[in-house]
Write a protein that binds this ligand. Structure first.
Ligand code: ADP
Ligand code: MG
Length: 481
């Protein structure tokens, strides 16, 4: 029976009665016996709700949960061979450690000598031998969490669920406990389902990662799969630091993005609109004349072993990780090997571009003012009498560190042959007939590619202006570093 599925979720959906909110949407997963599976995703994506359904604290609105092939969706928690460790340890403060761990066994009327033996065994498992008589109050956060784990393990569950169990610990303790939990998993041979929003934690601990967003599974795979072959831009962005560019295939295994043309290893048809993902460690800094693209260094931060470097190249920003530190303001070249470029077929043709905040704290693009309000974009911010914009805390917005991304759909952009009329100018570099319209790619003077739908036939190389109405743009603030 090696390697059979211990747990299977089939089309599991959870809609909450009170607010109608769908927290988990058509969740399908197979977990093998003995696996270490991690649910990874931002806060609110439905991780805890999924775990609670596996544990039996919540019942799915629809779908099935199978344990060893049998539907358990309606079984109460105590009839499932499953125990949960929560982020808040929830130990009984008035009981000593022995009593805390023995609590469940006593309820089940387990004989005293068996309880003694089991408590001793799990205390040694969590490295707290001899702690039986200590009171909860004398333990550190890390020790309390070990007791919470011991209390779950004493029931000898087939599956241990851990919901952000290390979330309340400081970094050093957390890293120590990550290693210990992994050891424990290897020693016990039972199935762990672990929840975290921390991608590093997920990558180091898991056999299998389930990346979630807004109640949906985005990707299931090994840490290597998820890191090296993210299935979409969400996963790429969420896992590790990534440079994500929109671009286009310009030939056989040739892609253009970030103002350059690169050889790549993915054979995607010419003309396909793509998303290119480049890991910061896969960009090599060279002399400007040796680079495939060039740019100016805008920041260098020392991270202990390597430097984190930001380079502005036209309108694009490249994050680079390197052991060599260039100087801020230095002009550099950048090279990316073909296998350092991961090409994904773009899910849509949404155009995204960074807009500027000028000295008057107004949004601008290509030197032209945009009639959009900065204060509306930054929660709690307001404009002072002198024109400066301050945030909710009253601090002046740091223009250099605040990035505003605009997006606009291809059908909302119009091309004009009177180029100066446009918000930005460029040349048509690709055209693809898509049935009802042509998809044009315009390579702008700011070294960015825009996708535009137009029903009329233009020519390759035509010089055009792009008319982009502000009311059709969506703005969002990118996280400041
Ligand atoms: P995560 O653990 O990934 O942070 P949760 O599973 O706790 O996310 O929650 C997912 C979503 O479901 C959230 O938007 C949350 O507000 C909502 N939610 C959770 N529990 C309930 C509930 N009992 N009633 C209504 N909405 C809920
Ligand atoms: Mg949660």
């Amino acid at each position: 029976m090696e390697n059979t599925n211990i747990i299977e979720l089939k089309h599991v959906t959870k809609q909450f009665q009170d607010n109608g909110f769908i927290a988990v949407n058509d969740f399908n997963l197979e977990v093998k016996r003995g696996e270490f599976v991690t649910f990874l995703g931002p806060s609110g994506c439905g991780k805890t709700t999924t775990l609670r359904m596996i544990a039996g604290f919540d019942i799915p609105t629809s779908g099935e949960i199978l344990l060893n092939g049998k539907d358990i969706s309606k079984l109460p928690p105590y009839e499932r061979p499953i125990n949960t460790v929560f982020q808040r340890y929830a130990l009984f403060p008035h009981m000593d450690i022995y009593q805390n761990i023995a609590f469940g066994l006593k309820q089940k009327k387990t004989p005293k000598d068996q309880i003694d033996r089991k408590v001793k065994k799990v205390l040694s498992l969590v490295d707290l031998e001899g702690f039986e008589e200590r009171s909860v109050a004398t333990l550190s956060g890390g020790q309390q969490q070990r007791i919470a784990i011991a209390r779950a393990l004493v029931n000898e569950p087939e599956i241990l669920l851990l919901d952000e169990p290390l979330g309340a610990l400081d970094l050093k303790m957390r890293q120590e406990m990550q290693i210990e939990l992994k050891d424990m998993h290897d020693k016990l041979g039972i199935t762990f389902i672990y929840v975290t929003h921390d991608q590093e934690e997920a990558l180091t601990m898991s056999d299998k990662i389930v990346v979630m967003s807004e109640g949906h599974i985005q990707q299931i795979g090994t840490p290597e799969d998820i890191y090296n072959e993210p299935k979409n831009a969400f996963v790429a962005d969420f896992i590790g630091e990534s440079n994500i560019f929109s671009g286009i295939m310009t030939g056989k295994m040739k892609a253009r993005f970030c103002g350059g043309e690169f050889d790549c290893v993915d054979d995607v048809p010419e003309g396909t609109h793509i998303t290119a993902v480049v890991r910061p460690e896969d960009v090599e800094i060279t002399k400007p004349e040796d680079g495939m693209i060039t740019g100016t260094v805008t920041s260098v931060i020392f991270k202990g072993i390597h430097y984190e470097i930001a380079v502005q190249s036209g309108k694009n920003e490249m994050e680079i990780r390197s052991v060599r530190a260039p100087k801020v303001g230095e002009k550099v070249g950048m090279r990316i090997e073909p296998d350092g470029i991961h090409i994904m077929i773009a899910e849509d043709h949404t155009n995204r571009f960074l807009v500027d905040i000028n000295e008057d704290y107004r949004l601008a693009y290509n030197g032209q003012l945009l009639d959009a309000s900065l204060t509306k974009l930054i929660k709690g911010s307001r404009r002072e009498a002198d024109g400066r914009v301050v945030d909710a805390a009253g601090d002046v917005i740091d223009i250099a560190r605040t990035k505003i991304e605009a997006s606009i759909q291809p059908e909302d952009i119009k091309m004009t042959d009177n180029a100066e009329e446009g918000l930005v100018q460029g040349n048509i570099s690709n055209l693809i007939y898509q049935g009802s319209h042509y998809l044009y790619v315009i390579h702008t003077d700011l070294e960015q590619d825009f996708a535009v739908y137009d029903e009329y036939l233009w020519n390759m190389g035509d010089r055009v202006g792009l008319i982009m109405p502000v009311e059709k743009m969506k703005f969002s603030m990118k996280k400041a570093k």
